[in-house]
Design a protein around this ligand. Structure first.
Ligand code: HT7
Ligand code: ZN
Length: 855
């Protein structure tokens, strides 16, 4: 497949000012008529080229006259028409079959609905069009469909007309006054019920809000509606951004390749990010709904009103919008816990990506298939870049910068450079060297050396940065890294103020005076920069910070580092030193001043995968054994405390208050340690919680603990869970996922058997991910020494690729980690990648991921 390069960007030769679309909808044969008002851009004599994917024109006309097949040609899938003048009306007609569209890109059928997904290049599967984000057009859409099957007809913009047709059909016309790229086009037809509400904007305009779902799901939409209204108010308050249409609709669909999609005025969501009630959704599900609703809503400005010039600029909208949704969620709940969760996600997904064969800059230089670049680097590292800019500017100048960005580029398709320039101009700052964050891949390492001189009472600190080589980038220039730190006096437990320094060269030396004894360094506070810190801190210093640091992220980090150090030492042969860890945990769980949600985060052991990331060569078995051992040790040593916490955190009656949620989270952690302690009543306690829970958070927490144990309660709970929720797809997904994530010696066989379960299907991305993405994230099971896990995932990729290449391609990266494992495992992973790459008829999506992973 050809490689598309950022440096080859050329502005469009033809623009489409206006498009009129007419759909005669039918699941098996939908007719699409498109009338494009095209204008020649600049002086050239090149033909009009309209992208298509699998389309065959039934007719082509220019300025009302039908063209004969000799007047146009298909160049691969591109419709090429030579046009004499500078402005023409071009009409095409095609027929498509939504029911057989298993890729879920373009117009497809899901659970009786017809819906669209156009980002990044799905519109070309619906009609011929210059399907690139820098061609902005006004859309006028008429939909005709059978009224009984598709009583609701929705599209972007505002509804302007509707009516009945003779043969039991009806029609609706939607007009979107805002020019938009084709990737933001959307349309839904189906039998949907609406949770209707309204929002009055800051200038006093009433906006009609609708969340459209299957009738039986209506009672599960209130949380999403609250999140939507909160997001609208937040964007006005924090960014001065007001909503701009008369209606804002969200539709939930059950087959969706991603989380959701920000189509102008008509967001389409994976139903897992809309539907929630206490019986079926966990507290993290509620949080995810809040943040995805906010994310898509915020795109109305950061993405729709100001969009991307080309797909290399994807982080322009995604990094910024993730940053915006992270800040929103922080404001809605605990900012400290939100930062901990976001950093955990970044480290788990993005740091791994940056350290492997698929590493790429936040603004990539090339791609074969753009769908493969909706990555943690573009999204999450992209958000960290905006966070650093916000830190460097401070809140007021950051707001001046974003105001200028929106004002300067409203209605345009722009670049990451345009964003940085607006922040420089609006915020009055030079971001020259900072731009390297967009172009250099790899996670910088920050090494810290401290020397305390008791005679002078001074401390010298040396910070050194190195950026590792990544594919295509062997040499790196030093980055501008903002470093926040504080120096604690161990006697008083106080520090003399937080400092911010910006490391711009390889090395920075600092000297601070006036310490009667060696101070304790708290570094990268708030995780201000997305870097790996290598600081040799003693267990005493870490325990001190775990107990005293006033920066909650750094306090959490100190506790985690204490656990990591103990586990890594044990893995390399030392006895397990758990006393300091246990003391720190005891202090944390008995500190009445701490928020329980923070406590739960702080005392949880680091994941097996994160421990693996700290090793030269990942040893999944040793990691699993050491972590289980420490878990048991902490469980035993603090058994009575866990028991007390588990009882104290129980509640009568369900509430979504922060307090109640924090209690549920800590209760889950307490139960996991209690069961790990080997207490004879552990499994019964877990089963009791599972059985009596009045909410999914506690029920699933107990199930996730029981699936790791070979006890009769395990099978009882799994059977009861399935019986209770059979038919509820989102909960059945949890049933598959929980088993795929289990620490059980037979997880490979269990997953294999589940793939044959009557409820399993590769055709539904949520279900496929619930089984295979979860399994591939289970380090111990996936990397079982016999290689059966690798084979099973490779088989799934090959099978899924035939249906849904995008979803299949997302399963490849775990196999690409072969360099991180021992020779035998590495060879088996490579062999599976080679087998995938050699499969005839492979999609561009999987081919790109598999070949790059082998390099
Ligand atoms: N901007 C949206 C991206 C998206 C997507 C990408 C590839 C394939 C399917 C997709 N569905 C949605 C999601 C977002 O970031 O808001
Ligand atoms: Zn997004």
């Amino acid at each position: 497949p050809p490689v598309i390069r950022r440096e080859d960007y050329q502005p469009p030769l033809w623009l489409v000012d206006h498009i009129r679309l007419e759909f005669d909808l039918d699941a098996h044969a939908t007719r699409v008529k498109a009338r494009l008002s095209v204008t020649r851009a600049g002086r050239h004599d090149r033909p009009l080229r309209l992208d298509g994917d699998g389309l065959v024109p039934l007719s082509v006309a220019v300025d009302g006259k039908a063209l004969s097949p000799a007047d146009w040609r298909l160049d691969d899938d591109v419709l090429v028409i030579a046009l004499p003048g500078n402005a023409h009306e071009v009409e095409t007609e095609v027929q498509i079959a939504p029911a057989t569209n298993t890729q879920l890109m373009g117009l497809y059928a899901s659970g009786g609905l017809l819906c669209t997904q156009c980002e990044p290049e799905g519109f070309r599967r619906i009609t011929f069009f210059p399907d690139r984000p820098d061609v902005l057009s006004r859309y006028d859409v008429t939909m005709r469909a059978d009224k009984a099957t598709y009583p609701v007809l929705l599209a972007n913009g505002d509804p302007v007309e509707q009516g009945e047709l003779p043969d039991g059909r009806h029609w609706a016309r939607w007009v979107d006054p805002y020019p938009k790229p084709s990737y933001l086009f959307a349309m839904v037809a189906g039998d949907l019920a609406c949770n209707a509400d309204s929002f009055t904007t800051m200038s006093g305009r009433a906006v009609r809000l609708g969340i459209w779902v299957r009738e039986e799901d209506l009672p599960r939409t209130s949380h999403a509606m609250t999140a939507l209204k909160n997001s609208m108010a937040w964007d006005e308050r924090v960014y001065g951004r007001e909503y701009d249409l008369d209606v804002f609709n969200i539709v939930a669909v059950s087959d969706f390749n991603f989380g959701a999609m920000e189509n102008k005025g008509l967001n389409i969501f994976n139903s897992r990010y809309v539907l929630a009630d206490p019986e079926t959704a966990t507290d993290p599900d509620y949080d995810a709904i809040e943040s995805v609703v906010a994310h898509e809503y915020f795109h109305n400005w950061s993405g729709d009103r100001v969009t991307c010039r080309d797909w290399f600029q994807l982080s322009l909208k995604e990094g910024f919008t993730v940053y915006r949704d992270q800040c929103f969620s922080a404001d809605m709940g605990s900012a400290a816990v939100k930062r901990i969760e976001d950093v955990r996600t970044l480290r788990a997904a993005q740091f791994q990506e940056d350290a492997g064969p698929l590493a790429h800059p936040v603004r990539p230089e090339s791609y074969m298939e753009i769908s493969n670049f909706y990555t943690a680097t573009v999204y999450n590292k992209g958000a960290e870049l905006i966070r650093m800019i916000a830190l460097l500017l401070g809140p007021e100048r950051f707001r001046q910068g974003t105001d200028l960005y929106f004002e300067r580029h409203d209605g345009q398709a722009v670049t990451c450079e345009d964003f940085v320039k607006a922040m420089e101009d609006g915020g009055g700052i030079d971001l020259g060297q900072f731009r390297l964050w967009y172009s250099q891949a790899g996670t910088p390492r920050l090494t810290v050396r401290q020397r305390y001189d008791p005679a002078s009472g001074s401390l010298s600190i040396t910070l050194r940065q190195t950026v590792p080589p990544t594919p295509g980038q062997p040499e790196k220039a030093p980055m501008a890294i903002p470093v926040k730190f504080a120096l604690f006096d161990p006697a008083t437990g106080e520090h003399g103020g937080e400092e911010l320094v910006v490391l711009t060269r390889d090395q920075l030396e600092m000297r601070r005076e006036g310490f009667a004894q060696a101070p304790v360094l708290s570094l990268n506070r708030g995780f201000a920069a997305p870097v790996i810190v290598e600081a040799e801190q003693s267990a005493q210093d870490l325990a001190f910070l775990a107990a005293r640091d006033d920066d909650p992220f750094s306090r959490y980090e100190a506790m985690q580092q204490l656990m990591i150090n103990g586990l890594l030492a044990h893995i390399s042969g030392a006895p397990l030193e758990s006393d300091v860890i246990i003391d720190s945990i005891r202090r944390t769980i008995t500190d009445p001043t701490l928020d329980r949600s923070f406590v739960a985060e702080a005392v949880r052991l680091p994941s097996e995968a994160y421990l693996g990331d700290q090793m030269q060569v990942v040893d999944p078995d040793a990691i699993h054994a050491a972590r289980e051992r420490l878990m048991t040790g902490i469980g035993e040593a603090l058994e009575s405390e866990w028991r007390a916490l588990h009882a104290e955190c129980a509640r009568n009656g369900f509430s979504l208050s922060a307090d109640a949620r924090a209690a549920r989270k800590l209760r889950g952690v307490a139960l996991s340690y209690l069961v790990a302690s080997g207490a004879p009543d552990g499994a019964a306690l877990a089963f009791g919680q599972f059985d009596r829970a009045d909410n999914m958070t506690e029920r699933q927490a107990a199930l996730a603990i029981l699936v790791n144990r070979e006890t009769p309660e395990r099978d009882q709970a799994l059977a009861a869970f399935y019986r209770r929720y059979a038919g509820n797809a989102l909960v059945v997904d949890k049933w598959f996922q929980t088993q795929a994530l289990a620490f059980h010696p037979d997880t490979v066989e269990i997953v294999q058997a589940l793939a044959g379960h009557a409820d399993f299907t590769l055709a539904n991305p949520n279900r496929a991910r619930a089984l295979y993405s979860a399994f591939a994230a289970n380090q111990w099971a996936f990397n079982r020494a016999d290689g059966k896990g690798y084979r099973m995932v490779a088989d799934a990729i090959i099978a899924l690729d035939k249906l849904n290449p995008q979803t299949a391609a997302r399963l490849v990266p775990p196999l690409g980690r072969w360099r991180r494992f021992d020779g035998a495992r590495g060879a088996m992973m490579r062999a599976e990648l080679e087998r995938i790459a050699a499969t005839p008829g492979l999609s561009r999506d999987v081919l790109e991921q598999a070949t790059k992973s082998l390099a």
